[in-house]
Design a protein around this ligand. Structure first.
Ligand code: 2NL
Length: 349
């Protein structure tokens, strides 16, 4: 039996030499220490031995068992370490490799202007509201003091959907809806940005689709001075701190009085240059005091309430500010044009 143990020991030494991975090592463990192992077989045979022999063999067997266990355990540790290392080696990432380029889009110049204007007016306590692009002529015309038969309602100038619905020509229907919807007739301070449409033959300065940001303030004791102060802040924010504005009389059916607003030229500072065509002033928007008819039709008593309104054309602002000379550039989606505005943050002084 001693010989058996001796032989088993040397066969084990030879077998463990051949083990190259954890799976094989596990097989080896089952073979040598499991229930049906050689060692178990020898241990079973020991039952027939004398007490003296049993003691001697038992000791040798335990020694062999402990030695096999410890050899298997230390090889296990070694193999585990090796497998982990090879896994780490395989999964290594070269952080110095150039990254895959991700194309990041930019903000469209019109969106940029709208965002800037929204930010400014939000900072002055205005709400930003949007509304439908397909409108009732009731909201687009009638309520804005443009009764049936008014020349501005000429069907040649608008995209009619049905007899009384059309693609809106301004965003003012949003303001009309807001005034009508405000049942408590509390003061209003809003700007309404969005797409607008008119039948135009597109050229460098005309587009059948364009944008508008209209503003409306309705409260008691609102005066032209409030309008001027507000638009001055707007002009300085968009065209530079040193700008001044001036009002010229104009006419819109929905405001009385109506004005055109000019900003002192951001290129020459007012001396006169090719951008302001020698006048020192550039027209930037139209505005006025809300016509009493509009207030009354929208449920605000014009004896009690006054208000101002203005309409900004983001295309015009962007063309002036970024020196764009053809409005069609905004709509033809030429990436070479749009790319120019990827990171544009133009500061005018
Ligand atoms: C322009 C400039 C303007 C308004 C828009 C407006 C809206 C309401 C009441 C009164 Cl609800 N006015 N909007 C006022 C003045 C000018 O836009 O050049 N428009 C043709």
């Amino acid at each position: 039996m001693k010989d058996e143990l001796q032989r088993l020991s040397s066969v084990f030494e030879a077998d463990i030499e051949k083990v190259t991975n954890l799976n094989e090592l596990n097989d080896l463990r089952v073979n040598y220490l499991g229930k049906k192992s050689k060692l178990q077989e020898i241990s079973n045979m020991m039952r027939d031995l004398s007490a003296e022999e049993k003691k001697e063999c038992g000791k040798l067997m335990n020694e062999l068992k402990t030695s096999i266990e410890s050899k298997i355990n230390s090889l296990k540790e070694e193999l585990e370490k090796k497998e982990l290392n090879s896994k780490l080696e395989k999964e290594r990432i070269d952080v110095t490799l150039p990254a895959t380029k991700i194309n990041v889009g930019g903000v469209h110049p019109i969106t940029k202007v709208i965002n800037d204007v929204e930010e400014l007016f939000i900072s002055m306590g205005y709400d930003v509201l949007e509304g439908p692009e397909v409108e009732k002529d009731l909201y687009n015309f009638e309520m804005l003091n443009l009764p049936k038969g008014h020349p501005a309602r000429d069907t040649q100038d608008s995209f009619y959907i049905t007899e009384d619905t059309l693609l809106r020509k301004q965003t003012s229907p949003v303001q009309v809806r807001t005034m009508l919807g405000n049942k408590e007739k509390t003061p209003i301070r809003i700007i309404c940005p969005g797409k607008t449409y008119r039948k135009d033959n597109d050229d460098a300065t005309h587009s059948h689709e364009f944008h508008q940001i209209e503003g409306l303030v309705v409260d008691t004791n609102i005066s032209m001075a409030d309008l001027k102060g507000t638009l001055e802040i707007f002009a300085k924010k968009m065209f530079g701190e040193n700008r001044e504005i001036r009002f010229r009389p104009s006419h819109f059916p929905f405001t009385e009085p109506s004005i055109e607003v000019d900003v002192s030229c951001f290129n020459c500072g007012g001396k006169g240059c090719n951008i302001c065509k020698g006048t020192g002033w550039i027209e930037i928007l139209g505005a006025g005091m809300v016509h009493p008819n509009v207030l009354n039709m929208c449920g605000y008593d014009s004896d009690k309430f006054t208000g101002f309104a203005f309409g900004i054309g983001p295309e015009r602002i962007a063309m002036l500010k970024y020196g764009i000379n053809d409005i069609r550039n905004f709509y033809i989606d030429d990436l070479r044009f749009l790319k120019e505005f990827d990171k544009v943050e133009k500061v005018l002084k």
